[in-house]
Design a protein. Structure first.
Length: 218
């Protein structure tokens, strides 16, 4: 694999959409993208497949003092996933977990208001759901998303991402009906290493992508 394989998130979305399209049509499918970075990827997938696009709000619970390390995640619908082994090894107290969770749930509520602006969530029940992100490291965020999605009774849940470490892809496959991943490099260190441009996606870019998807002919 040449490095990096993706110019930016839009390019990653186009490549992912091409892989999905090789499988044929995806009828009765909804694309749910994880904000913020998963939205430009998901937008290209939804456009190529002719599927509705929406955000699925999930927030990583960062380990106190090492916030880049996920000790778990929370998602819409009150779902919480915790890595109990990591929490035990790090000696994180219940109060510390509660403080991190309260902060991230407040951010979930803020993003719900900012991104949807009163629009009804895209249909999920009885449909195939493509859960899309710009890449996966530990998978904690996606695992919380998968737990939350099951409560909405989709027909199938397919995780679709450009890149993930092999062990994470295998772990996600035990929860999702299928995992479609373009690259599973053994030398994975961070999602950003596989992008030439990995600039942070803004709230405004997320809003614009959702508006364009809701009004494709305008």
């Amino acid at each position: 694999m040449s490095y990096p394989p993706f110019l930016n998130r839009r390019d990653a979305g186009e490549q992912l959409a091409a892989r999905l399209s090789e499988r044929g049509a995806w009828p009765n499918t909804t694309v749910l993208a994880l904000p913020r970075g998963g939205v430009p990827v998901g937008a290209e997938v939804a456009r190529a497949l002719g599927a509705p696009l929406d955000v699925f709000l999930v927030r990583k619970l960062g380990l106190p003092g090492y916030e880049e390390v996920a000790m778990g995640a929370v998602a819409s619908g009150g779902v919480r996933y915790l890595n109990h082994d990591l929490i035990h090894r790090a000696g994180v107290t219940p109060d510390a977990i509660a403080a991190v969770e309260a902060r991230e749930r407040a951010e979930l509520a803020r993003r719900e208001q900012v991104y949807r602006e009163g629009r009804t969530p895209a249909p999920v029940t009885g449909r195939t759901v493509l859960l899309v992100d710009d890449g996966v490291a530990t998978g904690a965020t996606l695992r919380a998303g998968l737990l939350a999605l099951r409560a909405l009774s989709p027909a199938r849940v397919v995780v679709a991402v450009p890149v993930a470490p092999p062990e994470t892809a295998r772990a996600l496959a035990t929860q999702a009906d299928e995992v479609i991943c373009l690259h599973t490099p053994a030398d994975f260190m961070a999602v950003g290493q596989f992008y030439r441009d990995f600039a942070q996606t803004t709230d405004e870019e997320v809003r614009e992508a959702l508006i364009r998807a809701a009004h494709p002919q305008e």
